[in-house]
Design a protein around this ligand. Structure first.
Ligand SMILES: [Zn+2]
Ligand SMILES: [Zn+2]
Length: 363
């Protein structure tokens, strides 16, 4: 069938709106008619060229929602008409990590640009078009069954798109990766789409204080709306001083939801003994920072990475939907701007300029 998608041919260039041929779903795959797609920072890295090794031409988009249109042979859990949130981490179901419940660590992850080891989209002359994960900017997409997670039909499908990356990643980073407990203190660096959800996760654990850290007052205002009890603007406040005032001895956890080396260094520097720094945001390819081993050994501090918030989308997405229905987390309020599909370039410009919590492309 024919679909429409913005296609990136070169980092730094505008995307081209093209009609593409989409393969029929094969064994174990489903075709989803997209309803909405979030505009994510990892796609921005591909768009602006700050992450290398991305095959082109490519359709971006790693968080979305839609309705199942067709199912391939061997699909057992989904049928046409089901409402689904797209996961960028299908489970192979066979490897150690999938069986432990961490499909984001799957040992059989398809090569970047592929779905199930192959491409499914082609432009005119039959040339391959790659997928950035599930490629949720396609008007319809084909994904493995495990990458389309069924949710209840009475939940607003449009904003449910955000559950597929920023909500699951941010919420899980606080609850699972940092393992926050009631009364522990936490600082969240970067109060955009992922950071605001880390704050919501921290609220759910009973952590206190919850400190939002950013360089933009507009983001810190959002942080307060999503549950931060305190905020620090590092362009005019000394983070060490402020954290010492608030906690006396540093924070129990820092969650760094921004791809910035300075934030990673600051996040480590304000950790209390036995504190944990959770690395979520990715700096430019190849960027590193020095770590004083004494800080780690002397105070039993830890630095850990977090992928998809250390969560299993098949379990986490329906849970997050229930939390949203119960009013325990906010999802609609994350959307600062809605875009048409052909405005994806503008959505990236706005994201790069720090203007939004989350932009949402609505099909
Ligand atoms: Zn993402
Ligand atoms: Zn696996």
């Amino acid at each position: 069938m024919l679909i429409t998608a913005p296609v990136l041919f070169q980092p730094g260039e505008r995307m081209r709106m093209l009609e593409l041929d989409l393969d029929e779903p094969r064994f174990g795959e489903v075709r989803v008619k997209m309803v909405a797609s979030g505009v994510c920072h990892s796609c921005l890295h591909a768009y602006d060229g700050s992450h290398q090794g991305i095959p082109m031409p490519i359709v971006l988009g790693d968080e979305g929602s839609g309705v199942v249109e067709a199912v391939g042979a061997g699909v057992t859990q989904l049928q046409p008409g089901d409402h689904v949130v797209i996961s960028w981490a299908p489970t192979c179901g066979a490897c150690r990590y999938c069986n432990l419940g961490y499909p984001a660590l799957c040992l059989n992850t398809p090569a970047i640009g592929m779905v199930n080891g192959d491409v499914t989209m082609f432009h005119h002359e039959g040339a391959d078009v790659y997928h950035y994960g599930p490629a949720t900017y396609g008007s319809s997409i084909v994904v493995p069954e495990s990458a389309a997670v069924k949710i209840r039909k009475d939940f607003p499908l449009e904003t449910a798109a955000l559950i597929g990356c920023s909500v699951a990643t941010g919420f899980g980073s606080a609850v699972n990766s940092a393992g926050l407990r009631a009364g522990q203190s936490v600082a969240v660096f970067g109060c955009g789409g992922v950071g605001l959800n880390a704050i919501q996760g921290a609220v759910a654990t009973g952590a206190y204080p919850i400190i939002g850290v950013d360089v933009l007052d507009s983001k810190l205002e959002l942080a307060r709306q999503f549950g931060a009890t305190h905020t620090i603007n590092t362009t005019r406040q000394d983070i060490q001083e402020e954290v010492t005032k608030l906690t006396g001895h540093g924070v129990d956890a820092t969650i760094v939801a921004v791809g910035n080396i300075k934030a990673l260094e600051q996040g480590l520097s304000i950790l209390a003994k036995q504190g944990i720094e959770v690395v979520l945001g990715l700096p430019d390819s190849g960027a590193t920072f020095p770590v004083d081993p004494w800080l780690l050994m002397g105070g039993e501090r830890r630095i850990v990475g977090s992928r998809y918030g250390t969560s299993n989308p098949l379990v986490a997405f329906p849970e997050l939907v229930e939390l949203a229905v119960a009013g325990r987390i906010k999802i609609d309020e994350l959307v600062t701007q809605r875009y048409d599909l052909d405005e994806a370039d503008e959505a990236f410009r706005s994201l790069a300029a720090g203007e939004q919590a989350r932009g949402l492309i609505v099909f």
